[in-house]
Design a protein. Structure first.
Length: 296
């Protein structure tokens, strides 16, 4: 159109479509990856001129040992991208994803799935009830009291190791120790002459035992408090976690309590052994818990 000697022209838009996909890239988010993680896989498609190719189909494949079931992504978006979450990866090792587009294979880089890092340890300890055995005849110790020997079949304590996500961690060495054992009675007027407390550990029930704690306590006549005669015997016991992240400490107890003869003792009275259990892994994380072994 002419306006006097001035010419005015109007532009028009031209739609340029991307050509067929001939290649692209594959990326993963977000490393590092650990066992039981899922991996976000993003594919980007381009044509001969480097233009992003939308609305195109991508077929993924995975290489590695113990690969998860592959979920195929939807068509690429307007930016030529398609994103899908694959996994979880239940085994460790090296893996890579490839994409096939119109007969062209896009090679992805290898990535590693690492073993989980142990960060938490919990102890599962419940009250453990033993049987009480009373000697057939009254046994006098220095002319005082009744001796009450106690023993039991192995019970067990579970130490569970997990990573920061709560997943179990296998092959972690957990070290158990028992720094303290105390013998208690149900009634404060049951004055004790002395007690002997032992805590024995087993790798498997019926196997060889390891004495984790052995101590002799002498009680004060007036207030039922106790003192140690010399240093107690203490040891450590190490167990490796299984595929469920559990390490089991099997144990037995032996408690001997001698009561003053002027106490009104009878078989219905309760004797309890209170033990402090430590479980440590990697040398820097220790959890302490109490367990009451009740005898009645």
């Amino acid at each position: 159109m002419l306006l006097g000697n001035l010419g005015i022209s109007y532009g028009s838009s031209i739609l340029v479509n991307a050509g067929p996909p001939i290649g692209g890239t594959i990326g993963y988010a977000t490393a590092p990856f650990y066992q039981f993680d899922s991996v976000t896989v993003t594919s980007h498609l381009v044509d001969t001129y480097g233009n992003s190719v939308p609305n195109s189909s991508v077929v993924l494949s995975c290489s590695g040992s113990g690969i998860p079931t592959i979920t195929q992504p939807s068509l690429t978006d307007v930016n030529g991208n398609t994103t899908i979450v694959e996994g979880p990866f239940n085994t460790t090792g090296n893996f890579k994803f490839d994409a096939t587009v119109s007969g062209t294979i896009i090679d992805g880089l290898w990535f590693s799935v690492l073993p989980p890092v142990p960060s938490n340890l919990t102890l599962n300890i419940s009250s453990y009830v033993c049987d009480k055995s009373i000697a057939g005849n009254t046994v006098f110790i220095d002319n005082f009291g009744l001796k009450d020997p106690i023993s039991s079949n192995p019970a067990y304590i579970t130490a569970h190791v997990s990573d920061s996500r709560g997943f179990p961690v296998q092959n972690v060495r957990v070290t158990f120790s028992v720094p303290s054992v105390t013998i208690k009675t149900s009634l404060p007027e049951l004055w004790l002459d002395y007690t002997l407390g032992q805590f024995n550990a087993y790798a498997i029930p019926g196997g060889a035992s390891t004495l984790l704690y052995g101590g002799q306590y002498y009680y004060n006549f007036s207030n039922n408090s106790y003192t140690l005669s010399g240093s107690p015997t203490t040891n450590q016991f190490t167990v490796t976690t299984d595929a469920s992240g559990n390490a089991y400490l099997y144990f037995t107890l032996y408690t001997s309590a001698a009561f003053y003869s002027d106490c009104s003792y009878n078989p219905s009275n309760t004797v309890a052994q209170e033990s402090i259990i430590n479980a440590t892994f990697n040398g820097n994380i220790t959890f302490t818990s109490y367990t009451f072994i009740t005898v009645y």
